[in-house]
Design a protein around this ligand. Structure first.
Ligand code: SF4
Ligand code: SF4
Length: 430
């Protein structure tokens, strides 16, 4: 009996990868159609004009080679400008930043960023911009609150009711205000305004020292919000970069050919998903993490599965939609299953994406699934590799489960784990 190959955090290895032969069997016109669609999806996501890119109508390997090289070159050339752009996207989402009179200068500076040095200058200016903005806002809150409490009682009452969510707990029951009451009202108004600013800045616990915005580590706060879509810089060799790029392109080609044929798409049971920047950026990272976990822990999972009666390992629930997961990601999972997993015979298992060969998701696997590192893996990996770098990789991967990230931070956090993963693989291979 064939043993399932994989478990949670592990993905099927033996999908039938017939994309190349199917592509090569197409006539020139159909091949051209697939090529144009795939190039348009990637150029749309990367924001690059590839209308002049000549990939001919040659065989699949040539096509993969040309597009993957272009993808790497473009991503590396635009790495720093993309990071600056991602920070501007963050500032754009905070009205207080956009309203600041200094903001136009920060935006202008971001447009000049091309090199690492220019990026560092931009980051320093951005830190200064945000810390000045916070200081000025906090001073404004103090001054406004002082002005409010110097007003007559009725006026104070009206203003506090307008701005304070728990005005009844702030206002005294009688209409006489002692100095102590006024001081309490002042402090409450300041606190509410500070909390609102904190929420606007999407600050989470841990970002703020003692809930004091002035103590915020602005540098770390901003560092969590910068990313480049395809961070090839952390992939150690050119050969590996090509492999990762090809994996993504391969998937998109497979999609193009499947969506045209699949009954699910033809019957409109599945809408054709637009692969946007965030989805492709996520897939770029999961593809690498999956492969790393395959190297580090697959043999432990295969052995472990033998002990499970139903051979589903720890995939004993629909973990793919557990935790914080966007509708867009759930759609991407359905799409991936329709494109890749549907052909694999499905077992009757607790998770809809488990097939007899293991998990059918690879690119759009949820963070909860991808970062699952059980005690068994931790113990066995420690015993087998005796490597601090492997332990560190497994720890950092597992830590992702306990954090809540917005999509910007998620890509950043994943990059960090990917980097520790390459260091771990390096140690294993040497
Ligand atoms: S999606 Fe399902 S099968 Fe895949 S790892 Fe998660 S729980 Fe397991
Ligand atoms: S070793 Fe851990 S991750 Fe792998 S199947 Fe067993 S419980 Fe699941």
């Amino acid at each position: 009996m064939t043993q399932p190959q994989t478990a949670k955090a592990q993905t099927i290895e033996n999908k039938v990868d017939d994309v190349g032969s199917r592509f090569d069997a197409l006539d020139d016109e159909s091949r051209r159609g697939v090529i144009d669609d795939v190039i348009s999806q990637f150029s749309g996501a990367l924001g690059v004009d590839w209308s002049e890119l000549d990939v001919g109508c040659g065989d699949y390997e040539i096509f993969l080679d040309v597009v993957s090289s272009e993808m790497i070159n473009f991503s590396e050339q635009t790495h720093y400008s993309q990071m600056a752009e991602s920070l501007i996207k963050y500032f754009d989402s905070v009205p207080e930043c956009v309203e600041s009179s200094d903001y136009a200068c920060v935006v202008e500076l971001s447009k000049t960023v091309k090199t690492e040095n220019e990026f560092e200058t931009f980051m320093k200016n951005s830190e200064l911009f945000l810390s000045d903005l916070i200081k000025t806002k906090l001073q404004d809150f103090e001054e406004t609150a002082k002005k409010i409490i110097s007003k007559p009682y009725n006026e104070i009452k009206r203003i506090v009711k307008e701005i304070h969510p728990n005005s009844h707990s702030v206002l005294p029951s009688n209409d006489k205000l002692s100095d102590d009451d006024r001081e309490y009202i002042r402090a409450s108004i300041v606190r509410v305004n500070e909390e609102r600013l904190g929420i606007a800045l999407t600050i989470r616990p841990g970002d703020v020292f003692d809930s004091n915005l002035i103590e915020l580590n602005v540098k770390n706060h901003l560092a969590k919000r910068i990313n480049s879509l395809f961070n090839f810089k952390i992939i150690p060799t050119y050969e590996k970069k090509k492999q990762v790029a090809k994996k993504l392109i391969n998937y998109v080609v497979r999609r193009e050919m499947s969506t045209k044929k699949s009954k699910l798409f033809r019957k409109k049971e599945l809408a054709v998903l637009t692969l946007d920047q965030n989805l492709l950026g996520y897939a770029f990272r999961t593809a690498q993490l999956e492969e790393m976990m395959g190297v580090v822990s697959k043999e432990f999972c295969v052995n472990c599965l033998r002990g499970y009666t139903k051979n589903v390992g720890c995939c004993e629930s629909n973990y793919f939609n557990d935790g914080i997961i966007s509708i867009q990601m759930l759609d991407a999972q359905k799409d991936e299953f329709a494109v890749v997993g549907k052909k694999l015979s499905r077992k009757s298992t607790p998770c809809s994406y488990y097939t007899k060969n293991g998990c059918s998701l690879e690119l759009f696997k949820s963070i909860l699934c991808i970062s699952y590192v059980c005690d068994k893996i931790r113990y066995r990996a420690n015993k087998k590799y005796q490597s601090p770098k492997v332990n560190n990789f497994l720890k950092k991967l597992n830590d992702m489960r306990s954090n809540t990230y917005d999509s910007r931070e998620m890509l950043n956090a994943m990059d960090y784990v990917v980097e520790t993963g390459y260091a771990a693989l390096d140690e294993i291979n040497n």
